[in-house]
Design a protein around this ligand. Structure first.
Ligand code: PRP
Length: 207
């Protein structure tokens, strides 16, 4: 049996779809239960907050998991990332009230849930940056003048349209990603290789 960590957030639906397409039954799966055994698939599922998920895999508590590359880039985890899913992809973008980039030499506040990754993504710009860390509703930063710009996830673009915000620049692609620790891969090489082969065979992975 392997123990698999699934993210409670936006990636749960695409991950479940991919697992079912890959041949797992997930019979009796309950999205409300934090820990559950699925004997039909020889699997134990842990449902975790996206931000906590890498830690559980790094500590060997879960053998594998799925989480967005946004979380991995921000927390800087050292996990193996053997494949990404084709569905559930989105992007990290620079967002503002106006469509243009700041002028050279300007001092700009940037609201984000991803302070470390944003710092790296915006390194080398011709304007000075002060990162303003928020926990959510990042689009309110530029809307309410807490910050001139925001760095945040754009998927359908609906949030931007709803708030008359502009996607000034796409900074990075994001995808739900399978993560494993090296130790778990040694311990469960057969099952994990089989899982990866089934996902690839079902054509639910990104090229
Ligand atoms: C993200 C992001 C936007 C929204 C973008 O929030 O912060 O609010 O999704 O998606 P869209 O382009 O499809 O509208 P998320 O739901 O990940 O969580 P949050 O509200 O806690 O930041």
């Amino acid at each position: 049996m392997i123990r698999m960590a699934l993210p409670k957030g936006r990636n749960l639906v695409p991950v479940l779809e991919a697992l079912r397409a890959a041949g797992l039954e997930l019979a009796g799966f309950d999205p409300e239960r934090l820990r559950q055994r699925l004997p039909g698939d020889d699997l134990e599922i842990l449902l975790l907050k996206d931000w906590d998920l890498p830690l559980y895999v790094e500590h060997g508590i879960a053998d594998c998991g799925f989480v967005g590359t946004d979380v991995l880039e921000e927390v800087g985890s050292d996990l193996l990332r053997p494949l990404q899913l084709a569905k559930g992809r989105c992007r990290m973008s620079l967002i503002g009230m106006n469509p243009g980039l700041p002028s050279s030499g300007a001092q700009i506040r940037v609201a984000t849930k991803y302070p470390r990754w944003s710092g790296r993504l915006l390194a080398g710009r011709m304007w000075g940056i002060e990162i303003v860390r928020l926990s959510g509703s990042v689009e309110l930063g530029p809307l309410l003048d807490l910050a001139e710009l925001a760095v945040d996830i754009v998927q359908t673009g609906r949030t931007l349209r709803d708030h008359n915000l502009h996607e000034i620049e796409q900074l990075a692609a994001i995808a739900p990603t399978l993560v494993l620790s090296r130790a778990a891969f040694q311990r469960h090489r057969v099952q994990l290789n089989e899982l990866m082969a089934c996902l690839e065979g079902a054509e639910v992975t990104a090229a």
